[in-house]
Design a protein around this ligand. Structure first.
Ligand code: GLY
Ligand code: MN
Ligand code: MN
Length: 431
């Protein structure tokens, strides 16, 4: 991949920075599961977006001052022995040559050099509160910079989360292609799971099927811990135990998407373990599907993000009234939020490098409006746990359907429609 794309993102972002400011983006560190067992390294998404650089313990500074705009990166130094154990390092020379930074230094120089870099600037911007220990580092560097020149103005510290998040909100063609690939892989894994669930004994075996189907297509890691929830477990929204036996007469809700070349996909399907929906399961399913289709239609340039939300709430409220699960006038019930006992989460979220991607949901006092290049999930659900005060026949049904929707110039594109959500198509795929 041509690293010029990351450089052009740095330039585009720096054009939105205040004059005489420094933007700092820390990279990720190696994370450990226990003792010295390391997870495979995953770069911080902001850092990756602006660099393409995937080595731990790095830091980037974009400086906008009288000398123009300069990008500086601190990286792990070349080290023969460490490279034997852990693999190739670019080092500062490689960071300039391959990753097109103006300057690069050993990361052991960060504490020495950062006060110098901040000296005389008016503002330092970085994503506040996102990385353990980094807030204190920035305070220490600015304090030291100010003490070097007591007669200068003080340095303001500003949060850069929205600045960089909103840049990430509009995906470029390179990103859209990677997300499409991630979505295709995840859709294929869901299709394989639907075909095989009848023979599966446990949630865990289905989870491993997804991870295998992702990985063999190039999506080595899930973009988030999959939710593989049989029956009532689907009513635990973040159920990740994934270790119970499957019961033939129940539904299976699987919320699973792979990460492909750093980009996430996020798909949920709910399907009958036996291959056939029961009457009650199908009645609830159809409400969720109607809400889903109507919400997707509202994802278009110029609409605000509450439009899919509201239509999904209304359709779910009406449907629950028709089935006798809510009682009263649907409009009143919607205003009162009665649906929240059954549909307690929001319709979706931005998708990109992170599954819950960066980017604001408000523009000033208004809700964000959809624009071409944004990608949102649409994921309505109805969850009826056994503790709810409803007719027994509904208990234990938990259904969510989730697709990933790209806003285009003339509407939208459903990136995950390859995996069926229509119940007739699901049953035929499973037969
Ligand atoms: N898979 C996480 C979510 O749907 O938000
Ligand atoms: Mn989601
Ligand atoms: Mn999901």
């Amino acid at each position: 991949m041509d690293n010029a794309i990351y450089k052009s993102r740095r330039i585009n972002l720096s054009e939105t920075l205040p004059k005489n400011s420094v933007l700092l983006i820390p990279g990720a560190n190696t994370q450990y599961r226990n003792a010295d067992s390391a997870y495979a390294f995953r770069q911080d998404s902001n850092f990756y977006y602006l660099s393409g650089f995937c080595e731990p313990d790095s830091l980037m500074a974009i400086i906008n001052n009288d000398d123009g705009i300069n990008s500086v990166i601190f990286v792990p130094p070349k080290d023969k022995l460490k490279e034997i154990w852990d693999g190739h390092r670019s080092g500062p020379i490689g960071a300039v040559k391959e990753f097109l930074f103006d300057k690069a230094y050993d990361n052991s120089e960060i504490d020495n050099m950062m006060p110098e870099i901040l000296l005389g600037c008016d503002q330092v911007l970085y994503p506040i509160g996102k990385k353990n220990g980094f807030d204190q580092k920035v305070i220490d560097w600015t304090t030291e910079a100010s003490s070097k020149d007591r007669h200068s103005k003080s340095i303001n510290i500003l949060d850069a989360s929205s600045t960089i998040g909103n840049a990430r909100l509009i995906k470029d063609d390179h990103e859209i292609n990677l997300i499409k690939k991630a979505c295709d892989i995840s859709a294929e894994a869901h299709i394989e799971a639907m075909k095989n669930v009848k023979n599966a004994e446990s949630e865990q075996s289905i989870e491993s099927l997804y991870v295998y189907e992702f990985s063999k297509r190039g999506g080595r890691f899930p973009a988030y811990t999959p939710i593989v929830a049989g029956g009532e477990n689907a009513c635990v929204l973040h159920y990740i135990e994934n270790n119970k036996k499957l019961n033939k007469n129940e539904l299976l809700l699987v919320d699973a998407g792979c990460e492909y070349e750093m980009y996430a996909s996020d798909i949920t399907r709910t399907y009958p373990i036996s291959g056939k929906f029961s009457k009650e399961q199908l009645e609830i399913y159809k409400i969720v599907l109607d809400a889903m289709n109507a919400a997707i239609d509202k994802v278009k340039d110029g609409n605000n993000i509450m439009e899919p939300q509201q239509i999904s709430e209304k359709i779910i409220t009406n449907g629950l009234v028709e089935l006798g699960l809510l009682h009263g006038d649907p409009e009143d019930l919607h205003k009162k939020g009665a649906f929240k006992d059954f549909y307690m989460h929001k319709i979706g979220h931005w998708l990109g490098l992170d599954v819950h991607d960066a980017g604001d949901y408000m523009e000033g006092d208004d809700f964000m409006k959809f624009k071409p290049g944004m990608i949102t999930t649409i994921e309505p659900g109805i969850y009826i746990s056994r503790s709810m005060d409803v007719d027994d026949k509904w208990k234990g049904i938990g259904i969510r359907i989730e697709d990933d929707i790209l806003v285009t110039k003339d509407g939208n594109e459903n990136l995950t429609k390859k995996v069926p959500s229509d119940p007739v198509e699901i049953e035929s795929l499973m037969s």
